[in-house]
Design a protein around this ligand. Structure first.
Ligand SMILES: Nc1ncnc2c1ncn2[C@@H]1O[C@H](COP(=O)(O)OP(=O)(O)OP(=O)(O)O)[C@@H](O)[C@H]1O
Length: 336
């Protein structure tokens, strides 16, 4: 699908914000959408939610094609979608319980069924004791928990989280992500999480799409995108969280203390990875010293990269690198 906004004035050209978007989000998964500010993430959320019409193409939510649906039917699509936001968007004048009760009231749920449901939701998010407090008496993480309880009130099958942890500190972020995982695993709710932080994707998502300038430039399992990013943009996002590649400053420092050629090799989850790697150097009398690196685990498989200073005959180093590349090792030489 595509989305184009008209120019602000008649003279301004139309603004094509999303181009050729071709995505499938599967029922029951946690799907991450990552991109820089302005990439078009929020617009995509507004399309999925039926708040903005797509310009061309099709958009199916569940078993309904929502492109071109009349407002009345869109409302019923929206009832099946919960939303949480960066700034929580709670009513300040209502209590915690009042905030969670609100969508139920709108849906016509009468007391005492409403009170019962609110209590169950607050218990689920761990805030039953705070039911009568007002949002400003709660921490940011607790306010987002209220946001989650409110989003779940109408039993949606899809939850859209737009930068839901961007206003939170790292520890609180982890708590909220744990709660979202619980929502997904225990209640079977599909979650679409929009973020500019690769760390959030790494911690929670099953699959991810990287969007850049309104296009999906990469999509796949979180492991695959982390282990073998294919575009410079995805590589940048991955490095921002794994910190497994030396920065330009670090490279300059490494060059001062290590005489050899500096080469980074991406870690792969395959049997004999390390043996094959080291024997490629040993066989050719190339000395390979690890000078930088980071290996971590993702979905219980190793990811990361190792940077070597290679010393030996120049031709032998070239041979070793060619042999590794031929064996599908991802090798990057840091040329001066
Ligand atoms: N109603 C609109 N009319 C015209 N242009 C719009 C409209 N809404 C969004 N845009 C433009 O679409 C582009 C993408 O915006 P969007 O908010 O979707 O990006 P984003 O990836 O969510 O970024 P951020 O994280 O900063 O919100 C921006 O250039 C924005 O100016």
């Amino acid at each position: 699908m595509t989305k184009t906004f008209p120019g602000r004035t008649r003279k301004d050209p139309p603004h094509e914000v999303l181009r050729g978007i071709d995505l499938e989000i599967r029922r029951g998964e946690i799907f991450g959408i990552i991109g820089q500010s302005g990439a078009g993430k929020s617009t995509l959320v507004r399309l999925i939610n039926g708040l903005e019409p797509v310009t061309t193409g099709r958009l199916r939510v569940g078993d309904r094609d929502i492109a071109g649906l009349p407002e009345r039917e869109l409302r019923s699509v929206r009832r099946d979608i919960g939303m949480i936001f960066q700034q929580f968007n709670l009513f300040r004048s209502r209590t915690v319980a009042g905030n969670v009760a609100y969508p139920l009231k709108v849906a016509g749920v009468k007391q005492p069924a409403r009170d019962k449901k609110v209590a169950r939701l607050l218990d689920f998010v761990g805030l039953l004791q705070r039911a009568n407090d007002h949002p400003e008496q709660l921490s940011g993480g607790q306010q987002q928990r209220v946001g989650i309880a409110r989003a779940l009130a109408t039993d949606p099958s899809l939850l859209l989280a737009d930068e839901a942890t961007s206003a939170l500190d790292p520890e609180t972020t982890q708590d909220v992500l744990n709660l979202l995982r619980q929502v997904n695993r225990e209640l079977g709710i599909t979650i679409v999480i929009i973020t500019h932080e690769m760390d959030v994707i790494r911690r929670i998502a099953d699959r991810v799409a990287v969007i850049d300038s309104g296009q999906v430039i990469e999509t796949g399992s979180v492991y695959d995108v982390f282990a073998t990013p294919k575009t410079p943009e995805a590589t940048r996002f991955v490095s921002s969280t794994l910190r497994d590649r030396p920065s330009a400053d670090t490279l300059a420092r490494l060059r001062q203390v290590h005489p050899g050629r500096l080469v980074s090799v991406r870690v792969q989850d395959r049997p004999g990875f390390q043996t094959t790697l080291s024997s490629a150097f040993i066989k050719r009398d190339v000395e390979a010293e690890i000078v930088f690196g980071g290996i971590s685990e993702l979905q219980e498989r190793p990811v990361g990269s190792l940077t070597f200073a290679l010393t030996g005959d120049d031709g032998a180093v070239d041979n070793a690198l060619s042999a590794l590349r031929a064996d599908e090792f991802d090798v990057e030489e840091h040329v001066r």
